[in-house]
Design a protein around this ligand. Structure first.
Ligand SMILES: Nc1ncnc2c1ncn2[C@@H]1O[C@H](COP(=O)(O)OP(=O)(O)OP(=O)(O)O)[C@@H](O)[C@H]1O
Length: 891
């Protein structure tokens, strides 16, 4: 790139931020050249007609044509300049990230950038501009990624055809991804790979790489630093923040109001006017949903004014003060007021805005049509019916916008939107007289609680149990909040409810001390082969149990046994130095470590027991048991051992537990959130978990006493405690309600159910001693925990088809068969990883060259169908040395 081009690009970028122009000194500084050289280049650009001078002292320069004709608002103008400059970067446009609150106009800005860049000739008109809102698929991350990158037939159940992705369509152009933070990490990784290398794979494609050259404009209403992977964030050299409405000047807001009124007037067949006071209110009212909400509120105000115009046979449509939002909010409060104002149209103080009388579509058309229909039917109560049309319209608008104002998608099914919105706005509007920050979590909790009260059926029988009042400041805060809810959404709470609400507002650090989770007395250390097998299994278990109970040491192939011994020793010594444990359970997948445990026992007098077998049920069981108060090392060992025998099926196991499984839901009343959760969970449970009892339990807000749960534990196997009040009992995992309702939030619960279900399932069919069709699917979830690259479900489907003949050839018993199935799965995963990272040669070196590894033709034929099916499905070759080694192992 020539120096002059560099100066031109710098000028384009800086012009965006400095509408008044950029001087030679600034350019010289950023390019690290001297001032007179910068001046010379700038003047050359002026001569070539690429830049223009803005007279003054010092002389400033600006990109020619940088002032756009369209009236977009003072605060947006510089963003457009900078964005267009970015898109017109000479070699390939640079990627842009837009951030800003919901409704500030990020999508609008992206559209404008494309339009203006095309209008000004920086990009060709035919350049593709593909837009996509990631929030539309937020509930299904896999499909979301599939929509963007395409889907290969068979990638998942239901993917019946190859499907192109947006990336295919946007190749050579711009892809606008709204709500980009909704992309799961895997999708974000695929995106930065595309940005970096210009290549991508469709979902389900393992090897085939496709090429695309795309400029990404991403938009997010979250804090980019929190919402995007740092690697992806770095790929956006230009970040533009769209300011919220409250930060914009009155002039700019007024300009937008005029624009939106004009758009409405364009749709009517009548003159439109607005009262001065109404217009003033539109300029002044807090509008947390920003421009999107302002626009909707104006649409609603115009619809209401039009309704009055029809009912009154008025001369023209007049927007009055009562049609527009005033105090706290827009849509909802105006929606709820208007039935009794039908005949009170004010006729004074009108100002005429714009030039109306235009063709009519949508609401105005709808109203007229409805009115004629009703007249022709001789209907008398026309006003009421027309009001219904307007109400429906308002509802449609509020459903439509701000559709993603808050990231509470899952809560929408449970809590009314107006209640959620009001709770979200409360701290801002009340300038936070609340004793506690109403963060996302509190809003979940209070929202669930209040919704239950709101449901009429519960109101009658909602006699609150007596409880002491919260602190005075929390009570006051609760009354503020209650008044606010009454004012804004007409939601009235009796005093007893407000007193209860006060307990929800008590800040965390002022809560009574919670019953402490019993200190773990047994140290569980997991040591397995593989680069990350042990850490991943430990992580899964720790996450499921909601606390760190398993420590882990990985043994990649290159790590020597001595080094591993050393690490194990250091870990155990450290743990015991703290005097916190009474014993150690070592879970290992390598026989030689068993003796290490004995050494500790003999030499150091530390009770160490070793279980030379590792899989998820064992690790999980060891973790659970180690949390039980007063559990001895023998107890923990025995529980883990039992899980092992159940899994391996090498003798008649005892059922894991004869108790029924239970999920306990908890809240302050036992009737509020706990009951909603109970109903919700009952809907979520699948047939495999139909044995699970769900029980809501009241937790006293002051004492937080858990004796009821302890009693239940005597009779039930409690899989998890779920609720709005944090409760900790021994080994039982606690899942906060808000976690469950978040995107992918049920995964922990699903896993817990799966783990507890598996014991039951295994113990029930232990008499059959047969790996049937479902047998391989038993290992699917186990495999899912340890493999990263292969799809366990696909793998098990193939095993089902081809492993039985191999089994009968070698005459394996069931446990051998399962063991081999696991072995093949893990091996396949490693091979796939090596292929993807170009490390297959290195991996092959880890297979000992063994001349005994010969096979006869017949033996190879038995394996052939399985191997070729795996190769075809996963799209990579399986090296012969691995096949031979596996065959040797099979004998
Ligand atoms: N400067 C503007 N001038 C005129 N209309 C605007 C302007 N900015 C935004 N709008 C309008 O406001 C509405 C909301 O804007 P937009 O959808 O772009 O916001 P957003 O930030 O992308 O919202 P979200 O985060 O919800 O996706 C749209 O109808 C848009 O046309």
């Amino acid at each position: 790139m020539s120096r002059q081009d560099e100066v031109l690009i710098k000028l384009q970028l800086l012009s965006g931020r400095n509408p008044q122009g950029v001087n030679a000194k600034d350019i010289a500084h950023t390019l690290n050249i001297n001032r007179s050289t910068a001046s010379r280049y700038l003047n050359d650009l002026v001569e070539k007609g690429k830049a223009e001078k803005i007279p003054g002292k010092p002389v400033c320069y600006q990109i020619k044509n940088a002032r756009f004709s369209k009236e977009v608002g003072d605060s947006i103008q510089p963003l457009i300049q900078q964005g267009v400059a970015t898109l017109s970067y000479p070699f390939q446009s640079l990627h842009i990230l837009l951030d800003g609150e919901t409704g500030t106009g990020k999508t609008y800005l992206a559209d404008q950038l494309y339009e203006i860049a095309a209008e000004e000739g920086y990009i060709k008109r035919e350049t593709p501009f593909v837009t996509f809102n990631c929030a539309d698929y937020a509930q299904n991350p896999e499909l979301l990624v599939g929509q963007i990158f395409g889907i290969k037939k068979g990638a998942y159940t239901g993917a019946l055809h190859d499907q192109t992705g947006l990336v295919d369509h946007a190749d050579g152009g711009i892809l606008f991804l709204d709500e980009i933070h909704r992309l799961p990490s895997s999708g974000q990784e695929m995106l930065f790979y595309l940005i970096d290398k210009g290549v991508y794979r469709r979902l389900g494609e393992a090897v085939h790489e496709r090429k695309a050259k795309i400029t990404i404009i991403g938009a997010t209403s979250e804090q980019p630093d929190h919402a995007l992977l740092p690697t992806l964030l770095r790929r956006f050299p230009v970040k533009l923040t769209v300011p919220p409405l409250r930060a914009r000047s009155d002039k700019e807001r007024k300009m937008m109001i005029d624009q939106f009124l004009q758009q409405e007037a364009d749709k009517m067949d009548a003159d439109l006017s607005i009262e001065a006071k109404a217009k003033e209110a539109l300029i002044r009212y807090p509008c947390p949903g920003n421009i999107g909400q302002l626009k909707n509120d104006i649409q609603i105000a115009c619809a209401k004014a039009y309704l009055q115009y029809l009912n009154q046979n008025a001369g023209h449509v007049n927007v009055c003060e009562k049609d527009v939002p005033t105090k706290f909010d827009g849509m909802k409060s105006t929606l709820l007021t208007n039935n009794n104002h039908l005949s009170s149209v004010s006729t004074i103080g009108k100002i005429h805005e714009g030039d109306p009388a235009f063709p009519l579509p949508n609401i105005y058309q709808r109203l007229n049509k409805k009115r004629s229909e009703l007249y022709s039917m001789g209907e008398v109560t026309i006003e009421y019916s027309l009001q219904q049309v307007v109400n429906q319209y308002i509802q449609d608008l509020s459903d439509h916008y701000p559709k993603d104002a808050f990231s509470y998608d899952a809560l929408h099914d449970l809590v009314d939107q107006d209640l959620l919105q009001a709770l979200q706005r409360a701290p801002k509007v009340l300038s936070n007289p609340l004793s506690k920050q109403l963060d996302e979590t509190s809003i979940y909790v209070i929202g669930l609680h209040l919704q239950n009260f709101r449901n009429e059926e519960h109101q009658d029988k909602h006699a609150l149990p007596s409880f002491p009042k919260a602190k005075l400041k929390d009570q006051k805060a609760a009354y503020y909040l209650a008044d606010f809810l009454a004012d804004t959404i007409d939601f009235n709470l009796p005093d007893s409810e407000v007193d209860l609400l006060a307990h929800f507002l008590t800040p965390e650090d002022e809560l009574p001390l919670l019953p402490k989770r019993s200190g773990q007395s047994i140290y569980v250390l997991l040591v397995t082969h593989g680069r990350s097998t042990a850490t991943s299994m430990a992580e899964v278990t720790n996450t499921l149990l909601g606390t760190t109970v398993i420590e882990s040491i990985d043994m990649p192939l290159e790590k020597s046994a001595e080094k591993t011994y050393e690490e194990v020793k250091i870990n155990i010594e450290k743990a015991f130095a703290l005097n916190a444990y009474q014993g150690v359970l070592l879970l290992v997948d390598m026989g030689s470590l068993v003796t290490l445990g004995d050494t500790f026992y003999n030499e150091w007098d530390i009770p160490v027991l070793t279980l030379p077998c590792v899989n998820m049920p064992i690790v999980m069981e060891a973790g659970r048991k180690s949390l039980v108060q007063d559990a001895t090392i023998e107890d923990v060992y025995e529980s883990a051992h039992k899980a092992m025998t159940l899994f391996m099926r090498d003798h008649d196991p005892q059922p894991q537990s004869s108790k029924k499984r239970m999920i306990a839901t908890v809240c302050f009343t036992g009737e509020g959130a706990a009951q909603i959760l109970e109903e919700w969970l009952a809907d979520q449970l699948t047939k495999a978990d139909e044995d699970v009892v769900i029980r809501s339990v009241r937790i006293n807000p002051v004492s937080r006493d858990t004796s009821m749960l302890h009693q239940l534990k005597e009779y039930y196997d409690i899989v998890a405690i779920i609720g709005t009040v944090f409760i900790s009992i021994d080994e039982i995992p606690f899942i906060p309600a808000w976690e469950l309702l978040k995107q992918d939030g049920t995964s922990r619960l699903v896993k817990l159910l799966e783990m507890t279900r598996r014991y039951k399932h295994l113990s029930e069919d232990n008499h059959t001693h047969k790996v049937d069709q479902e047998g391989y699917f038993d290992i699917q979830s186990g495999l899912a925990e340890i493999v990263t690259f292969i799809n366990p479900h696909l793998f098990c489907t193939i095993l089902n088809k081809y492993l039985p003949q191999i089994k009968s050839y070698y005459d394996w018993d069931e446990s051998r068969e399962l063991g081999m199935a696991m072995h093949i799965g893990v091996l396949l995963d490693r091979i796939m990883k090596a292929h993807l990272n170009d490390e297959i040669q290195e991996l092959q070196k880890t297979i000992p060259l063994d001349n005994d590894c010969q096979y006869d033709k017949e033996e190879r034929t038995v394996w052939e169908p399985l191997i070729s099916s795996l190769e075809q499905t996963f799209e990579f070759p399986i090296p012969d040395s691995f096949i031979r080694a596996t065959m040797k192992l099979s004998k």
